[in-house]
Design a binder for this molecule. Structure first.
Ligand SMILES: Nc1ncnc2c1ncn2[C@@H]1O[C@H](COP(=O)(O)OP(=O)(O)OP(=O)(O)O)[C@@H](O)[C@H]1O
Ligand SMILES: [Mg+2]
Length: 283
């Protein structure tokens, strides 16, 4: 009998990528996610941490039904879900939503904010137009924006405001689960704090379940109930936040924590600046 309070569960989730390096060489298989187990209770936050390339985003895309797993079982509210074999229903689509790191890339520059928010209702529900508008207006206010922002374009907003828009869009279909893949990593520190507070408030108000992906241990400490540490596609440590922070067991977690002075504001600032440079270089 499934535990009714578990919103999302993964059993031995694996995702392989096959890379062809040349015409004559044998294809190379990357185990991006390799036999990962997890479960998140309703209203709780599971944080996933680990170095770049350890498989966090790959797992995020599986959880949000964007990509299928190569093997393993994903259960949403106790029901097995396999997008590789079963049709994606609108109801299923609505249960899990994702917010990405980059609020610039994830919003269509030609779409007004109001349309961004109403679109999920238009595509997935029969909500009449007047009500779509009303709900989008209400959600704008819930995320700390103003109704006069409704007719503005994304480029007219700051990074923090754009991330608020992305969060609002993700909540329009009343999802049970929100996956947040580095949602504040591209933002200034003070703005990070505001967006994290907003996420906390929204979680409480809507009884939302979060899977929160972050490099930043200070952010994880602020938001997580449970922590899962990944290394090369596998989970090397898991436990409650307090357990993992006060008594990390695995050598990799100890190293990760030692390399990240979570209380050192200067180090956090330096990291934010490094990320900003990296982001610019990518553009
Ligand atoms: N579409 C793809 N095709 C081939 N390999 C991929 C693909 N997506 C990811 N990978 C590989 O899978 C591994 C895990 O990548 P993933 O993006 O999940 O890491 P991550 O933990 O999110 O890293 P980061 O912290 O940099 O965001 C990496 O080795 C990556 O190169
Ligand atoms: Mg990633």
């Amino acid at each position: 009998m499934a535990n009714p309070e578990i919103v999302i569960e993964g059993r031995s989730i694996t995702r392989d990528y096959t890379m062809r390096t040349g015409v004559f060489s044998a294809p190379r298989v990357i185990h991006a996610v390799n036999g990962v187990d997890f479960a998140v209770e309703r209203g709780k936050t599971l944080a996933i941490v680990g170095e770049s390339g350890c498989g966090k985003s790959t797992l995020a895309r599986i959880i949000t039904l964007i990509d299928p797993a190569t093997s393993g079982t994903l259960l949403i509210e106790g029901k097995p879900v396999d997008i590789g074999t079963q049709p994606m229903t609108k109801a299923l689509r609505a249960t899990v939503q994702i917010v990405f790191q980059n609020p610039y890339g994830s919003l269509n520059p030609r779409q007004k904010v109001g349309d961004v928010l109403m679109e999920p209702l238009l595509l997935n529900t029969d909500t009449p137009s007047a009500e779509r508008r009303e709900r989008a207006m209400a959600m704008l206010q819930k995320v700390g924006l103003k109704t006069e922002h409704f007719n503005r374009y994304p480029h007219m907003f700051s990074g923090g405001q754009r991330q608020r828009i992305a969060i609002a869009r993700a909540l329009m279909l009343n999802p049970r689960l929100l996956v947040l893949d580095e949602p504040v990593s591209a933002l200034d520190l003070s703005v990070q704090a505001q967006v994290l507070n907003l996420l906390r408030d929204l979680q409480e108000e809507f009884n939302l379940t979060y899977v929160f992906i972050s490099h930043d241990l200070s952010v994880v400490r602020y938001l997580a109930d449970d922590v899962m540490v990944m290394l090369k596609g596998e989970v090397v440590e898991r436990g409650s936040r307090d357990q993992v922070f006060s008594d990390p067991r695995h050598a990799y977690t100890q190293k990760l924590f030692a390399a990240t002075p979570v209380t050192d504001v200067a180090a956090i600032r330096a990291r934010v600046a490094r990320r900003a440079t990296m982001m610019q270089e990518r553009v």
